[in-house]
Design a protein around this ligand. Structure first.
Ligand code: SF4
Length: 493
C-alpha cells in the first residue's frame, strides 16, 4: 500500500497507529520477489555534481539500509560528503527502539533547521524505523515543517522517485507504507571496507511486548536461498573477509517458505562452503535456535565461535510478561548445548532491567543466570515504554532509582566477566582480521578476533584488510593488546 502525502492537511487517513491485534492478524499473503529493479531513466543523472550525507542511527539493519541508499544515490550520480554544508541531500536514517534514540534525531533536526534556512535547495529527509510511527510523523509534520521528505523502511527502493518529488514539490513529501513491501532484489549497495552485511530476512513475528520492531519492520519475509547465496558468493569474489548475515530473528529464516523446506541451519551449512574467512549472524532468538543449527555451527570453518543470544531477563515470569516465549530453564539448556558443541564459544547477550513488575528476586535471577551462562559481554538497558507496544499499557512500576541500582549491579558483573574472559587470553595467539588504524592512535592497528574481541597492536598499514596472528600481551575490560607473531595469513581484496 503506497500512500504518498504532499500536504499536512490530509495525512491522518494514511497512517494506522501500531495495533497488536491488527498486526497479529497479518496472514500468509504471498510476498513477491522482484528482480527487475532499475533506477528510472530520468533520475540516472539527477545527482550529477551534487553531494549527499546520510546519518545512521541504531542497529546493523539500519547500517545496511544506509548502504542501499548510498548505492541508489551514487547510481544517480551523487557523491558522498561528510560536510553538511556541502550536502545537497541529508538523510537521517532513524532508530525507534528506545526513546533516547528518538531524542537524538529530534536534536539533530533542531541543528539542521538553521542550515535549511540558509540553503533552501537542501533536501532534508527522515527515514528508517521512526518514520513508521504515526506519532513521529505527526510531530515532524507539525513541529519540523522544514523537513522535505519522510519515507519508511518498506519503500527504500523508491528513494530516486521520492527525491525527485521532494525537489519539485513545495510541500513535505511523505510516503510511508503501513503494510510491509515485497522483497526487491538487485538493489545497488555501496559497501566499504573488508566486512559486509547481508540481509537474509526482513521483519519480525515474535511480538515481544516491549518491542516496536514487528510494527516498524513488518512481518517476517525471508529472501530466497539462491539470492542470499549468490550475494555471499559475489562478496567472496570481491574479496570481503567477513560477512554478517542480518535479520531481526535470523533463526526464523525460512519458516515463511511454503514451497520448500529450508531453514537457517541449511543456509549456514551452504554458506559454510563458500570461501569467505568469517561468517557471523545477528540477531538470534533463543526460542527458534534449534539443535540442527548447533550441529552446523559445530562444523566450524568460517562459522565463528561467537553467538549473540539476547536473553533479556533471567526470570521466567518476567520473560512471560515480555512474551519472549522461552523460560529460564530453556535458555540455560540451550546455552549448555551450545557450549557442549563449542566449548570455546563466546556468548554475548542483551538484558533489560526494570521491566514492569520486576521484583528484586526476579532481578537476582537475571544476575544468577548471567553467572551461570558465563557471558563475555552484554548490552544492558533500563526499560522504557515504547508507545504502541503492549508493555506500554503495563504499569511501569519499578522506580527509576531502583532501575538505576539494578543496572549498576548488572554492569559491575558484566565488566568483571569481560575482564576475566579477556585475562584468559593472555599469552595466547589469536587470529585477527586487521580492520584499520586505532581510533585514538594512527600508529596502532585495530582488529578483531573470531570471537569479535577488539585488539590493538603495532604493525604496518599494509596489513589492513588481512588476517594476522597476534599474541595477546595485555588484557583490559574492553580491549586486548598484543604483538604480531606471524606474517599475514591471507591477502585481502
Ligand atoms: S524478537 Fe527481537 S525484533 Fe522481534 S519482537 Fe522480539 S525483541 Fe523485537
Amino acid at each position: 500500500m503506497a500512500n504518498q502525502v504532499k500536504s499536512d492537511k490530509d495525512y491522518s487517513q494514511y497512517f494506522q497507529p501500531p495495533s497488536l491485534t491488527d498486526a497479529k492478524k497479518r496472514g500468509k499473503e504471498e510476498i513477491a520477489v522482484h528482480y527487475d529493479f532499475t533506477i528510472p531513466e530520468d533520475m540516472q543523472e539527477f545527482g550529477k555534481d551534487k553531494y549527499y550525507l546520510i546519518r545512521t542511527y541504531g542497529c546493523q539493519m539500519n547500517e545496511h539500509d544506509t548502504e542501499v541508499m548510498k548505492g541508489l544515490l551514487e547510481h544517480m550520480g551523487y557523491q558522498t560528503t561528510e560536510d553538511k554544508n556541502q550536502a545537497d541531500v541529508i538523510l537521517l536514517n532513524t532508530c525507534a527502539i528506545r526513546e533516547n534514540a528518538e531524542d537524538k534525531v529530534f536534536g539533530e533536526l533542531g541543528h539542521l533547521k538553521a542550515l535549511k534556512a540558509q540553503k533552501p535547495g537542501l533536501v532534508l529527509g527522515v527515514c528508517g524505523c521512526m518514520s513508521q510511527e504515526e506519532a513521529v510523523v505527526n510531530r515532524i509534520m507539525q513541529k519540523h515543517a522544514f523537513v522535505d521528505l519522510i519515507f519508511g523502511t518498506h519503500n527504500i527502493h523508491r528513494l530516486p522517485t521520492l527525491l525527485k518529488d521532494a525537489y519539485y514539490n513545495k510541500e513535505m513529501v511523505v510516503e510511508v507504507w503501513s503494510k510491509e513491501g515485497d522483497i526487491v532484489e538487485n538493489l545497488p549497495k555501496k559497501r566499504e571496507g573488508i566486512r559486509a552485511w547481508v540481509n537474509i530476512m526482513f521483519g519480525c513475528d515474535k511480538f515481544c511486548t516491549y518491542c516496536i520492531v514487528p510494527y516498524t519492520r513488518g512481518k517476517e519475509r525471508s529472501r530466497r536461498p539462491q539470492d542470499v547465496l549468490a550475494e555471499v558468493r559475489d562478496l567472496a569474489r570481491q574479496g570481503f573477509q567477513e560477512i554478517t548475515l542480518l535479520g531481526q530473528n535470523v533463526n526464523a529464516y525460512g519458516k515463511d517458505f511454503e514451497d520448500i523446506t529450508y531453514s537457517f541451519a541449511d543456509l549456514m551449512d551452504d554458506i559454510r562452503k563458500i570461501d569467505v574467512p568469517r561468517i557471523r549472524f545477528t540477531t538470534s532468538h533463543p526460542r527458534d535456535f534449534d539443535d540442527r543449527l548447533i550441529e552446523v555451527l559445530g562444523k566450524r570453518g568460517n562459522l565463528v565461535e561467537h553467538i549473540h543470544l539476547p536473553v533479556q531477563s533471567g526470570n521466567t515470569e518476567v520473560l512471560k510478561r515480555m512474551s519472549r516465549k522461552y523460560s529460564r530453564d530453556h535458555y540455560l539448556e540451550l546455552a549448555r548445548k551450545i557450549k557442549e558443541m563449542l566449548p570455546d564459544v563466546v556468548l554475548t547477550t542483551d538484558i533489560i532491567v526494570g521491566f514492569p513488575g520486576e521484583t528484586d528476586e526476579q532481578f537476582d535471577e537475571t544476575m544468577s543466570l548471567y553467572e551461570k551462562v558465563g557471558f563475555d559481554f552484554a548490552f544492558t538497558f533500563i526499560y522504557s515504554p515504547r508507545e504502541g507496544t503492549p508493555a506500554a499499557d503495563m504499569e511501569d512500576n519499578v522506580p527509576m532509582e531502583v532501575k538505576k541500582q539494578r543496572l549498576y549491579r548488572l554492569n559491575e558483573l558484566v565488566n568483571a566477566h569481560s575482564k576475566a574472559s579477556n585475562d584468559k587470553l593472555l599469552g595466547q595467539t589469536v587470529e585477527v582480521l586487521v580492520e584499520g588504524e586505532s581510533k585514538n592512535n594512527a600508529d596502532v592497528l585495530a582488529g578483531r578476533t573470531r570471537t569479535n574481541k577488539l585488539i590493538h597492536f603495532t604493525g604496518s598499514k599494509e596489513l589492513i584488510g588481512r588476517m594476522v596472528e597476534v599474541e595477546v600481551t595485555h588484557a583490559q575490560t574492553w580491549i586486548l593488546k598484543g604483538e604480531i607473531v606471524q606474517k599475514p595469513m591471507k591477502l585481502s581484496m
